[in-house]
Design a binder for this molecule. Structure first.
Ligand code: 8X3
Length: 248
């Protein structure tokens, strides 16, 4: 298999790349940070066919640099995405919600739209989107982030409906709390202390756990499509809905 992985320079994306390479598959890595991609490429060896250091939102550059690989890509792993801030929406600065919508939704849609015709021509392929439990359950401060992940979930399911006769699989992976990545550091704008507290004194999922589930979905026999896969650490579950007593 040849897998194109976005957001591949760290965390879940990096772990997915390592998992595919471990099984002697090939990868193309896309992310913004060239130095990190280069390091990862030298670690992964010759089955890392290409690194593409560019902002996924620059779809023209992404397309130009992917063109020669297009017909060979078996699996597209739409992992790039981010959460910015945890404040109520009315306090969220425009650049935060704009970047989340542009990256998590628009860039994912554009890349998928670019890759799909060659999968259809090949009559095979698998698109694996990294969604989130934030697309399934509301929580305070999740506002735009959760809404982008709900979009990804519904987009994944709707693609399945479109592609039923094309032998193309679509999967939405929906992780919860994942430690060992830069997710919270990015969410809290580089505040290391705040980011650390999210995972303190508990056992979160790790990027390797998500990579395992992605690889499992991709390596199942081709007549099986996992539509959605929601993952939580054993130390997390559901809370009662919040009720305000004596509202003013
Ligand atoms: C990341 C999981 O719970 O922080 O998508 O929204 S959560």
């Amino acid at each position: 298999m040849l897998a194109l992985i976005t957001g591949a320079s760290s965390g879940i994306g990096e772990a997915i790349a390592k998992r595919f390479i471990q099984e002697k598959h090939q990868v193309i890595l896309l992310a913004r940070r060239k130095d990190r991609l280069e390091k990862l490429q030298s670690l992964l060896g010759s089955n890392c066919l290409e690194i593409i250091d560019c902002d996924l939102r620059n779809i023209q550059e992404v397309q130009a640099r992917l063109q020669s690989f297009l017909s060979k890509i078996d699996v597209l792993i739409n992992n790039a995405g981010l959460a910015l801030g945890l404040e109520p929406f009315y306090k969220s600065p425009k650049q935060n919600y704009q970047e989340m919508i542009e990256t998590n939704i628009l860039a994912l849609v554009e890349l998928t739209h670019f890759i799909l015709p060659s999968m259809i021509a090949n009559q095979k392929g698998h698109i694996i989107n990294i969604g989130s439990i934030a697309g399934n359950y509301p929580y305070p401060g999740s506002n735009i982030y959760g809404a982008t992940k709900a979009f990804i979930k519904q987009f994944s399911l709707n693609l399945r409906a479109d592609l039923i006769d094309q032998n193309i699989r679509i999967t939405n992976i929906e992780p919860s709390l994942v430690g060992g990545s830069e997710f919270s550091l990015v969410r809290f704008n580089g505040d290391e202390q705040k980011a650390k507290e999210v995972y303190a004194n508990t056992t979160p999922l790790m990027p390797e756990d998500i990579a395992e589930s992605v690889f499992w979905c991709a390596s199942l026999p081709s007549h099986i499509n996992i539509n959605r896969l929601e993952l939580m650490p054993t130390t997390q579950a559901f809370s009662p809905l919040r009720v305000i007593k004596n509202p003013t």
